[in-house]
Write a protein that binds this ligand. Structure first.
Ligand SMILES: [Zn+2]
Ligand SMILES: [Zn+2]
Length: 162
């Protein structure tokens, strides 16, 4: 279950929204992210980790990131790599009923906390100014800038999706 945060800009009336959480489309998003990591799009070290270690997983949760410098925001996958504590571990809680997608388990956050450990964090970089982005706080999630004119708006509504 995910949440969609919907906004209407008080300045230019643009409607925009940010999705956070996890739904039935997430295994596909995970698989895509994972094959990008495996192809080396996120650096040689991550590529090597995915090739050499078995059972590596990424979180299927969409997270909201805000640039600490220019306030640009983005809703995207975390991309931190996890390794199971037991080498031949098979995830129980899977998203969308699939246990494996191209060898990349799409594992629930709950299980990642319980049965996995972080092997490589991923830091999202702002495409606008090149600074590091941080995970949005609750306050920041409810208060996002308009992508069209940059005005900071308070949330209009929250919609649940799956
Ligand atoms: Zn606007
Ligand atoms: Zn920025």
């Amino acid at each position: 279950m995910g949440q969609g945060y919907h906004f209407i800009c008080k300045q230019c009336h643009e409607k925009y929204s940010a999705d956070v959480g996890c739904g039935i489309a997430q295994p596909m998003a995970c698989e895509k992210a994972f094959s990008k990591i495996a192809s080396g799009a996120y650096g040689a070290e991550r590529k090597r980790l995915v090739e050499e270690l078995s059972g590596i997983a990424v979180s299927g949760n969409l997270e909201l990131y805000v640039c600490s410098s220019c306030n640009r925001w983005e809703s995207t996958l975390d991309l931190t790599l996890y390794e199971p504590n037991e080498p031949d571990y098979v995830p129980e809680f899977t998203i969308g009923g699939e246990t494996r997608w191209c060898g990349a388990p799409c594992v629930s956050d709950w299980e990642l906390c319980q049965d996995y450990h972080v092997i490589k964090r991923y830091y999202h970089i702002c495409t606008q100014c090149g600074r590091r982005m941080h995970k949005a706080s609750e306050q920041e999630t409810l208060n996002l800038t308009c992508p069209k004119c940059g005005t900071l708006n308070w949330i209009d509504s929250i919609i649940m999706w799956d």
